[in-house]
Design a protein. Structure first.
Length: 485
């Protein structure tokens, strides 16, 4: 079967003598020896015998391929592990005969196979001892395979061998240069060239451009800029206007082609800026009627703000009229915080302004937050949550604020009893004492105690203008008289 497969490949190659093929190439190179032996296949021979372009002698050896009595031959090939596109590389080989005699001067056919392209047929001539050298110039990068074969003769069977070389792309040159310093709001102009073996590309080439920014606001942010195109001399220009200060690294890259590898080039620019920034946050939670904190800082794009300095503050609640608040003095690093109390819920917005200094401009920022109602809590419990039929459910409780302190007013609570089947009954409401305490008693309906039915007592307060609503539940179980509960 080895003979059939090997010569099927050879037979398919013979009528297609194509020149000039190019493709991407790559492979592992080493000495490879493939001998051809065994019964010959008639199918490849009959297919090739009628092919146009084959001489009579070439057809005649096809008929001798099937003769198993002929001695075998073998081809060995050795190639470099790698090469470079458009640079010559040498493949050495040897044709040997089974009986050990020198083959004499013989012609070796070699197909150069590039990925996704027709092959190109090359030839080499052996010395008397069967050795030969093939020098080839790979037209592109990638894996390039070389398939060698020797036609059978009246006295010997033919043979074939294959070797692959990983061919690298040629090095293209890409440069990028320009000013080392700049200022935000002012255009930068960077120039560069793309060269291919010291020459400009034959056609205009498109280059990708990115900029990477480091400053107090951005930590290595990569931003894509418009592509640029080379002119007839391979030159190009990158124009950009930085909008903030910082360290800018501009990078241009060319994707390469089948001959040349992809290059890139970078250039760094230090951009100064007189801009300043004000930012901050309302320190959550912010509750109505309680003091909460607002914190922020004056910052620069590059470098640290030096304090102390003064920040002006005004406040709007729900978009209403602005109220001027006392000025705030920052610390040495220009950070600040202040306390505020708002008497209604909603969105609060603080406008903070810094007047600037000798190196940086005046700036204004907005700090926003949400003022919420204060939380309320209903704490309820019972001295005994297991009841006999006829016993009352007793609940003791208290309504407090989020800090477990009294709300300071009598409050009305709604009460709902939920039975074991899920149905609910609204019970009489209960009013707390001024300190929020309350006591509640109720007699659950008589039930089959053997099923240990559960009753849920839900206490709810709807809240008011200052405090959020709250709900809690206490659970009771009806048990049999003999229950050790």
């Amino acid at each position: 079967m080895l003979h059939r497969r090997s010569f099927a490949r050879i037979g398919g190659a013979l009528p297609r003598r194509l020149a000039g093929a190019t493709a991407a190439v790559a492979v592992v190179a080493a000495s490879v020896v493939v001998g051809v032996a065994g019964p010959a296949a008639a199918a490849p021979a009959s297919g090739l015998a009628g092919a146009s372009g084959l001489a009579g002698t070439e057809r005649s050896w096809l008929h001798r391929m099937a003769d198993p009595t002929l001695p075998t031959s073998a081809i060995s090939l050795t190639a470099p592990a790698s090469g470079t596109a458009l640079d010559p590389l040498s493949i050495t080989g040897r044709l040997t005969l089974e009986d050990g005699t020198d083959p004499g001067v013989q012609q070796i056919h070699v197909n150069r196979v590039l990925p996704d392209e027709p092959w190109t047929t090359l030839t080499a001539t052996t010395a008397t001892d069967g050795t030969f050298t093939l020098t080839d110039v790979p037209p592109s990068s990638g894996p390039v395979r070389y398939d060698a074969y020797w036609f059978p003769t009246e006295d010997y069977q033919g043979s074939t061998a294959s070797v692959t070389v990983q061919v690298a792309g040629r090095s293209a040159t890409l440069t990028l240069d320009g000013p080392r310093t700049g200022r935000d709001g002012r255009q930068l102009s960077l120039t560069g060239t793309l060269g291919l073996d010291g020459r400009a590309p034959a056609q205009p080439q498109e280059l990708a451009v990115t900029r990477t920014i480091w400053n107090n606001r951005l930590d290595g942010a990569v931003q894509q800029l418009p592509n640029v195109t080379t002119d007839s001399g391979g030159a190009f220009t990158v124009l950009d206007t930085p909008t903030q200060g910082g360290r800018y690294v501009y990078t241009v890259s060319w994707p390469g082609d089948r001959v040349y590898a992809s290059p890139s080039a970078s250039h760094e620019v230090t951009v100064s800026s007189p801009d300043s920034h004000l930012n901050g946050q309302v320190v959550d939670p912010a509750y109505i009627g309680l003091e909460f904190r607002v914190a922020g800082a004056v910052t620069y794009d590059v470098g640290a703000c030096q304090g102390p300095t003064v920040v002006h503050v005004s406040r709007r609640v729900n978009g209403g009229t602005a109220t001027r608040l006392p000025d705030v003095t920052t610390d040495a690093s220009c950070a600040f915080n202040f306390g505020d109390t708002v008497s209604r819920t909603g969105q609060v917005a603080y406008t903070v302004t810094w007047d600037g200094n000798s190196t940086h401009r005046r700036t204004t920022g907005t700090i926003t937050g949400t003022v919420q109602k204060q939380p309320s809590v209903i704490d309820a419990t019972s001295p005994d949550r297991t009841l006999l039929n006829g016993q009352q459910a007793v609940v003791e409780g208290k309504v407090t604020d989020g800090n477990a302190a009294s709300i300071g007013a009598k409050l009305t609570l709604t009460v709902r009893r939920i039975g074991p089947d899920g149905t609910s009954v609204d019970l009489p409401k209960v009013t707390t004492a001024a300190d929020g305490t309350f006591s509640y008693r109720d007699s659950p309906p008589t039930m089959d105690a053997s099923t240990y039915p559960q009753f849920q007592y839900e206490f709810s307060w709807r809240g008011n203008a200052t405090y959020q609503a709250s709900t809690t539940s206490v659970f009771f179980y009806i048990v049999p008289p003999d229950c050790d509960c």
